[in-house]
Design a protein around this ligand. Structure first.
Ligand code: HEM
Length: 154
């Protein structure tokens, strides 16, 4: 059963949130591992679009998309598992942390990936502008989760 938050929108329960993060985490991990295989293939075929010195920014951006995507996916799985250990965590704070973590999972790897599509000289494309807001969302999610561990009664 869902309780309502101040905004009038139904906040999901702990089990629903956990399942959402497990689903997002495992499917996104598969996605970003697949991106790793794609990068490996670009190396295997020595594709200039990715490996030329003039494309080093693209290579950096796509490597960062792969690495951050994989890491953030694992973080989402960890978040789901942490929910069980934090039963006293208030619904409002938990829901905010959950939304921020999902937002970070979407924005940071996507920003790096888009930033590598159209590079201008040594600069990434404008898509990279998604990264800083994604980083802020991650910061908020990790802060709220860390705070919940402190507030929880053992
Ligand atoms: C949880 C799993 C994984 C994590 C956390 C991860 C993380 C990373 C990190 C941090 C880098 C950057 C290394 C550096 O530049 O010093 C990297 C690069 C790379 N990864 Fe992964 N990786 C994972 C799985 C995979 C898989 C399954 C593949 C596919 C075979 C793969 C292919 C690559 C390739 C090809 C690069 C080099 C890209 C380049 O420099 O052009 N990764 N990965």
């Amino acid at each position: 059963m869902s309780r309502r938050t101040g905004g009038g929108k139904a906040a999901p329960g702990r089990r629903t949130t956990a399942r959402r993060h497990l689903r997002a985490g495992w499917w996104c991990l598969l996605l970003f591992l697949t991106l790793g295989f794609v990068l490996e293939t670009l190396h295997g075929f020595k594709v200039g679009f990715y490996l030329d010195v003039s494309s080093s920014t693209r290579r950096l951006m796509w490597t960062l998309a792969h690495a951050h995507g994989a890491l953030f996916s694992v973080l989402n799985v960890l978040f789901a598992l942490s929910l069980r250990a934090l039963p006293e965590w208030s619904r409002e704070s938990r829901t905010l942390a959950s939304r921020c973590l999902l937002g970070a999972l979407a924005l940071v790897p996507l920003g790096f990936f888009l930033g590598g599509i159209s590079i201008r000289g040594g600069d990434p494309g404008l898509g990279v502008l998604l990264v800083p807001p994604g980083a802020v969302l991650l910061f908020v999610a990790v802060y709220l989760t860390a705070k919940a561990t402190r507030d929880s009664v053992p």
